[in-house]
Design a binder for this molecule. Structure first.
Ligand SMILES: [Zn+2]
Length: 312
C-alpha cells in the first residue's frame, strides 16, 4: 500500500515539474486549432522578406482568445503582474504601417530581456492589431472587411458623426468606419485589453505622419502636455495636437476613459526603417513606461511635474 502511495506521489511530482517546465509554452497547449503556429510561421516568412532578422515571434509567450476574419490570432503578451500600474502598447492598427509592427516586436524582446522594467508594473504589448491587413499580399490600412479600425471604436459621438464625417470627406475606402461601432473583432480585442488591464497609459504606434500626439484625462492634461513637449525636444520629433475622430482610440481611451494615450506617428511606413525608429524612440518609450501616474479615472494625474519625470 505504502509503495503504491509513493508511486502515485512520485507521478504527481513528476507531472507537476513537467507542467512547470512547459509553462512558457502554455499558449501552444491552448492552440488546439493550430492557428497560432500557422500565424507565427506566416509572420516569420513576412519578417524575413522585410529583413527583420533580429525579431523572433516564437520567443515571446503570446496569449490570444479571438481571431480575425481570416483566422489570424489577435495576440498579446503580458510582462509583470501589477494590477495597478499597467501600460498598453499597440502596433499595426493599420496593416500597411509596417515599422510599427517591428517596433512592437522589438519592444517585446527588449522588455523580456530587462525584467527590471516591469518589476512593479505590467506591460502589455499587442504588436499587430490588424494581422489581415499586415499579411495581405499588398498590406492594407483596413482589415479584411475593409474597415478602418481607428474609426470603429464605440465612442459616444460615433452614431452622430462617424458615417456623416466619412461621407462628407468623400467616403474614402481607407477611412471606412463600418456600419456600426465595434463591429470588428479587432475593435473588440482593443476594448477587451482596456477592460481587462485597465491601463493608466497607452502608446499606439502609427505611421507615416511624423509626430507625437496625445489625449488624456482633463484632470491633468496640462502636465501631460508639458511632459510631451519635453519628450518631443529630447527625441527631436514634432508635437502635434491632431484632435480626435469619432471611433478613434484617442477619443475612446484618452478623451472618454481618462487614460493617458500617446500616439507615436513614425516618419515613414518604410519597413527598412524599423530598427532606426526603435533606436530613435526607445528613450521616449522607456520614459513613458516610467512616467509615474496616481489616482484612478477620472482623477488620475501625473505624480511629479514633467521636469522630474523626465529626469531633468
Ligand atoms: Zn495609422
Amino acid at each position: 500500500m505504502l509503495k503504491r502511495k509513493i508511486i502515485i506521489e512520485s507521478c504527481c511530482l513528476f507531472f507537476c515539474l513537467l507542467s512547470l517546465l512547459l509553462l512558457p509554452y502554455r499558449v501552444f497547449s491552448y492552440d488546439s486549432s493550430g492557428d497560432l503556429k500557422k500565424y507565427l510561421s506566416s509572420l516569420e516568412e513576412q519578417f524575413s522578406r522585410y529583413g527583420w532578422k533580429d525579431i523572433n515571434p516564437r520567443e515571446i509567450p503570446w496569449e490570444y482568445y479571438r481571431t480575425t476574419k481570416l483566422k489570424k490570432p489577435l495576440m498579446f503578451v503580458t510582462f509583470g503582474n501589477s494590477s495597478k500600474n499597467c501600460i498598453l502598447f499597440l502596433g499595426g492598427v493599420h496593416g500597411d504601417e509596417l515599422p510599427t509592427v517591428y517596433l512592437m516586436f522589438k519592444l517585446a524582446h527588449y522588455v523580456k530581456e530587462n525584467p527590471a522594467l516591469f518589476k512593479d508594473k505590467c506591460i502589455v504589448i499587442a504588436p499587430i492589431l490588424n494581422p489581415d491587413g499586415f499579411l495581405s499580399a499588398s498590406p492594407t490600412r483596413v482589415n479584411a472587411n475593409g474597415i478602418d479600425l481607428n474609426r470603429n471604436m464605440p465612442t459616444k459621438d460615433w452614431a452622430a458623426k462617424a458615417i456623416r464625417q466619412w461621407t462628407a470627406k468623400g467616403k474614402l475606402a481607407r477611412y471606412n468606419p463600418g456600419t456600426r461601432p465595434a463591429s470588428e473583432q479587432e475593435t473588440l480585442f482593443q476594448i477587451a485589453l482596456i477592460k481587462r488591464f485597465k491601463p493608466q497609459k497607452i502608446l499606439s504606434a502609427h505611421s507615416p505622419l511624423n509626430f507625437f500626439d496625445y489625449d488624456g484625462p482633463s484632470s491633468d492634461l496640462n502636465s501631460f502636455e508639458k511632459w510631451m513637449e519635453q519628450i518631443c525636444k529630447e527625441s527631436n520629433h514634432p508635437l502635434k495636437k491632431f484632435g480626435y475622430y469619432p471611433g478613434s482610440l484617442g477619443n475612446y481611451a484618452g478623451h472618454e476613459r481618462n487614460i493617458f494615450t500617446l500616439t507615436l506617428e513614425l516618419p515613414s511606413s518604410d519597413y527598412g526603417q524599423g530598427r532606426n525608429y526603435f533606436e530613435k524612440f526607445q528613450p521616449s518609450i522607456l520614459k513613458f513606461i516610467s512616467l509615474p501616474i496616481v489616482g484612478s479615472p477620472p482623477n488620475i494625474r501625473i505624480i511629479n511635474n514633467y521636469k522630474s519625470a523626465t529626469g531633468k
